[in-house]
Design a protein around this ligand. Structure first.
Ligand SMILES: [Mn+2]
Length: 255
């Protein structure tokens, strides 16, 4: 059972739209890469929708830049929807266990000092941002979640696949099952997949033949010099357009 955390709700209705819908995951502080992807490659407009599948923070240097950018664009009526990942959950859990305080020293490791005020409390604009995160989104043709759904999970005490917060944030190597996910493939991040694996599943999605579409290509690991631990081509921030299943991506960039 997951501890009490900030998000107020599991999911919410997404306005229908006829324009493009992009899913992007595991930005992990690669704020400059994200901004380049949405502005220069995707050229996102207010008609498009962007879904961020969690793990915005930790590891990379520009998580604050990223969150400030998202808040600014949302205020300008850009349609950006943000899911929670296990990295947000770990921070919020730690914060609450610590009587709603966290030190700059603790945050410095992940370049998050700007999250807090002088009383070591999360600043209201960021608290609101975390509060409005949700666990999953159901669109007409797919489900979006950070880690996945534990399709082997036997519902207990009224819980379902869609209220099993622990699995949605942490599950790895889950097997897909279209029957259990309303005949919809699950688009998720959390575990790095190389471009070949991502492309293979996108091709299957186009033919309605897959239950799982991973989109995390490990963008931040290049900036950390940890490229080698993964097999195949990794190190890009990916955006998948959810109507066509087309893939867009850019390598990590620091400017
Ligand atoms: Mn994760």
């Amino acid at each position: 059972m997951i501890k009490k955390i900030f998000p107020k709700q599991f999911t919410k209705e997404i306005p229908k739209n006829t324009s493009r819908r992009f899913a992007i995951s595991d930005i992990h502080g690669c704020g400059k890469t994200f901004i380049y992807l949405v502005e220069e490659i995707l050229k996102v407009t207010k008609d498009d929708q962007i879904f961020i599948l969690g793990d915005l923070i930790d590891r990379g240097k520009n998580a604050i830049l990223l969150i400030d950018y998202i808040i600014k664009k949302q205020k300008e009526d850009f349609q950006i929807f943000v899911l929670i990942g296990n990295h947000e959950q770990m921070l919020l859990d730690f914060y609450q266990k610590n009587n709603n305080q966290v030190s700059k020293k603790t945050l410095a490791h992940n370049h998050l000092e700007e999250l807090i005020n002088k009383d070591k409390e999360i600043k209201p604009k960021y608290a609101t941002f975390f509060n409005e995160m949700i666990f999953y989104i159901e669109l007409e043709n797919c489900l979006l979640v950070h880690a996945g759904f534990d399709i082997n999970y036997e519902p207990l005490n009224g819980e379902t696949l869609f209220t099993n917060a622990y699995a949605m944030l942490w599950v790895r190597k889950f097997k897909g099952n279209l029957y259990k996910t309303n005949r919809k493939p699950v688009v998720h991040g959390h575990v790095v997949h190389n471009l070949e694996e991502i492309n293979k599943n996108l091709e299957l999605a186009k033919e309605n033949k897959t239950a799982i579409v991973p989109i995390d290509n490990g963008c931040v690991y290049v900036s950390l010099g940890k490229y080698q631990k993964f097999k195949g081509e990794v190190g890009n921030l990916c955006a998948v357009e959810l109507n066509t299943w087309n893939l867009f991506y850019t390598p990590f960039r620091d400017k």
